[in-house]
Design a protein around this ligand. Structure first.
Ligand SMILES: Cc1cc2nc3c(=O)[nH]c(=O)nc-3n(C[C@H](O)[C@H](O)[C@H](O)COP(=O)(O)O)c2cc1C
Length: 363
């Protein structure tokens, strides 16, 4: 059945039909009026590609290098919490799909499977760990240590959630994380005998994390540390100055601050501020290979996809998530080919321009 689904939008539709309305609201929804959620998708459409002709060699490779490692494509799986809500194997299935696609999976702090278990179950996979910092530094360090000891190659510190955004879909459906579904790595780091609820977990996180804390964390860490949730040139420069190996331009998929700038709009100023001193990744609203091509042309080293991979998982488990990743890879390859680029590195600012402004009057 999933072979009949030919693009991300098809997977979105099938996932929505399959999921219980409360769960669907949690995964599909954003903060408040969902302005940023919608603009994340539409903002990629504010750019147009400038393809070059007779410029290719007739062979195309989407493989690319990121932080010293080789990937099959510059498309990673974003950290998304509680994946067992949509599939009984949750993060394990997602990790297998990412490994089969030859790319990195980012495992959330709020994963329903521990980093060590994911590593044991999918030994060949490439993984990064997404970190929420806790008030108790011992808990933060225990989480990092488990991931690094299990072979996770980078830590992504999420900095856009000093508080949780107001998710009105959840308020309307009354959705809550089911009691039995805990976060075993946080439970272990806390030394708790029982599953900790999401509310308890958020209450233990540090709402006053500073750039100095970030620097201390990065300088004591044996793997690269990236900062996720940067939307301005100012913060991008601070991240680099405080030891980040990379920044992720992100507004958390429109789930935190509504009316925050769309990722595609924030990307150019971050790229310009970083000036090649660190990797620049971007997520939010990437639904097509042409979105990826635009991001790369604007100067991103790679993109991450959150909901698309999740929709794949919900629609068809591991095979569904893999198909979504393969479709995006194939779409990127086609976009590159039609732009006259043999590889992702060939895409540059010369390949993009602003879309024409919408007409003020329509006929
Ligand atoms: C249901 C859901 C849960 C998420 N959980 C996390 C998380 O635990 N940590 C994190 O850093 N980002 C989390 N994110 C944000 C994603 O990592 C990513 O920034 C976002 O989904 C990208 O937008 P997209 O879904 O349009 O691709 C979550 C997103 C969704 C939709």
């Amino acid at each position: 059945m999933i072979d009949d689904l030919i693009n991300v939008a098809d997977f979105e539709r099938v996932a929505e039909g399959k999921l219980d309305p409360g769960v669907a609201g949690y995964f599909f929804g954003g903060a408040c009026d969902e302005v940023t959620l919608g603009e994340n998708v539409s903002a990629w459409g504010h750019w147009r590609l400038r393809p070059r002709m007779l410029a290719g060699h007739g062979e195309w490779r989407t493989g690319s290098e990121l932080l010293g490692g080789e990937l099959s494509m510059p498309i990673l799986v974003a950290p998304v919490a509680y994946q067992r809500l949509v599939d009984p194997e949750g993060e394990l299935a997602m990790a297998r799909a990412a490994a089969a696609a030859g790319t990195v999976m980012c495992l959330s702090t709020l994963a329903t499977t521990r980093p060590s278990e994911v590593a044991a179950a999918v030994p060949g996979g490439r993984r990064w760990f997404q970190l929420y910092c806790f008030r108790d530094r011992g808990v933060t360090l225990a989480l990092m240590e488990e991931a690094i000891d299990s072979g996770f190659e980078a830590i992504i510190v999420t900095v856009d959630a000093p508080r949780s955004g107001r998710r009105e879909r959840d308020l309307r459906t009354g959705f809550g994380i089911p009691e039995g579904l805990g976060v075993p790595s946080v439970q272990a780091a806390l030394g708790s005998e029982r599953a900790v609820t999401i509310e308890e977990t958020f209450a233990l996180m540090d709402p006053a994390l500073s750039w100095a804390d970030l620097e201390a964390l990065a300088s004591g860490c044996s793997v690269p540390v990236l900062v996720k949730g940067v939307l301005t040139a100012e913060d991008a420069m601070l991240a680099v100055e405080h030891g980040a190996a990379g920044v992720v331009v992100s507004n958390h998929g429109g789930r935190q601050l509504d009316c925050a700038v769309a990722s595609a709009e924030a990307l150019p100023e971050v790229v310009d501020a970083v000036e090649g001193r660190a990797a620049v990744l971007v997520d939010g609203g990437v639904r097509r290979g042409t979105d990826v091509a635009i991001a790369l042309a604007l100067g991103a080293d790679a993109v991450l996809v959150g909901r698309p991979a999740l929709w794949g998982l919900a629609a068809g488990g591991e095979a569904g998530a893999l198909r979504v990743l393969e479709l995006l890879r194939a779409e990127l390859e086609l976009a590159m080919a039609l732009c006259g680029c043999d590889s992702p590195a060939g895409l540059s600012r010369a390949h993009v321009r602003r879309a024409p402004a919408a007409p003020v009057y329509s006929a």
